[in-house]
Design a protein around this ligand. Structure first.
Ligand SMILES: Nc1ncnc2c1ncn2[C@@H]1O[C@H](COP(=O)(O)OP(=O)(O)O)[C@@H](O)[C@H]1O
Ligand SMILES: O=P(O)(O)OC[C@H]1O[C@](O)(COP(=O)(O)O)[C@@H](O)[C@@H]1O
Length: 300
């Protein structure tokens, strides 16, 4: 079974405006509320691509309930831990010419609640896939992803990690199956701004040397680069289209990559499906549908 873990789910409040004037009353052109949080987006797109999966993580309050209900309506199984206090965050996504995001810090997660998650994950074994994606609430120990991978070591669970900085770097020693930094996040890890493919490849290779089996670097409208575990370096340009809302493009890419790999065992194919899923989401107001992803794949 595929499991996704979202420590910090969110409702994404997507607001469109002609322009944003700071310090003044602004009126929207339109607004919309979508389920969000990286693992939850991965679950959604995996389901869309025909892969059953279970969404794990922590939810709180009425916003958490909305996420559970929305996933159930989509046919994604959930097994969240319910926090006794606080509220699952609402992240604000402003579309006013440029895209501006305000992501909340999220509710506190107690040591007991974390232990409950560890207990659920201890049941995973051979043939299972685990996706750890997104930020962790400020109250959490910063080695939490590392602790999860340490507990799963030797169990042959395919682990994909989509996180930033130390949260990501510290899991590399456990040889995760997939990591997906974007080019900016990859640069941040090395304290550099990466501008050329050569620089991106050089940094991605370093993460591979530190243990990552496959490194997928997404570059928004510039496409993606994959260093696979067999020594292959694949570079794909992004699909061309009108960008409507790129929130969730990276999560869609992770879902597409995993679906493509699980369906074929082929990394080049996995990258194509991942790219199509990322672009299809960027070209849509919400997360991409299967038919939108297939339409792009059939273009190539
Ligand atoms: N503007 C865009 N045009 C075409 N494809 C895009 C665009 N933005 C994202 N994508 C696709 O989605 C993938 C992931 O997007 P990216 O923005 O790099 O991820 P993240 O959301 O993690 O930062 C890209 O590699 C690309 O394939
Ligand atoms: O957990 P984080 O890093 O705060 O990110 C949460 C946000 O990321 C998203 O999952 C979108 O992620 P991507 O655009 O990177 O794919 C939103 O749905 C959510 O609001």
């Amino acid at each position: 079974m595929i499991y996704t873990v979202t420590f910090n789910p969110a409702l994404d409040y997507v607001v469109r405006m002609d322009a944003l004037a700071l310090g003044q009353v602004n009126r929207t052109v339109s607004e919309d509320v979508q389920l969000g949080g990286k693992g939850i987006n991965v679950s959604w797109v995996l389901r869309e691509l025909g892969h059953e999966n279970v969404a794990l993580g922590f939810v709180a309050g009425f916003t958490g309930k909305a996420i559970e209900d929305g996933l159930a309506a989509k046919g994604v199984a959930t097994d969240f831990i319910h926090l006794p206090a606080g509220l699952t965050r609402i992240n604000v996504k402003l579309k006013a010419g440029e895209e501006t995001e305000i992501n909340g810090k999220g509710p506190d997660i107690s040591a007991e609640a974390l232990e409950e998650l560890f207990h659920k994950l201890d049941a995973l074994g051979e043939g299972d896939v685990l996706v750890l994606a997104g930020s962790i609430p400020a109250s959490m120990p910063s080695d939490v992803y590392e602790s999860i991978l340490a507990r799963l070591e030797g169990k042959n669970v395919l682990c994909a990690v989509d996180a930033t900085r130390d949260l990501l770097v510290n899991v590399l020693k456990y040889k995760p199956f997939l990591i997906k930094p974007n080019n900016h996040e990859l640069g941040e890890i090395f304290g550099r701004v990466l501008t050329t493919d050569e620089e991106i490849r050089e940094c991605a290779e370093k993460l591979q040397q530190q243990g990552a089996r496959n490194v997928l670097v997404s570059m928004a409208g510039d496409g993606a680069m994959l260093l696979d575990e067999n020594g292959g370096c694949h570079r794909l340009a992004a699909y061309k289209g009108k960008v409507k809302n790129s929130v969730g493009a990276g999560d869609s890419m992770v879902a597409g990559f995993l679906a493509g790999y699980l369906d074929s065992g082929d990394y080049a194919h996995a990258l194509r499906v991942g790219s199509a899923a990322g672009s299809a989401t960027a070209f849509s107001d919400v997360l991409a549908t299967r038919s939108e992803i297939e339409a792009l794949l059939n273009q190539a």
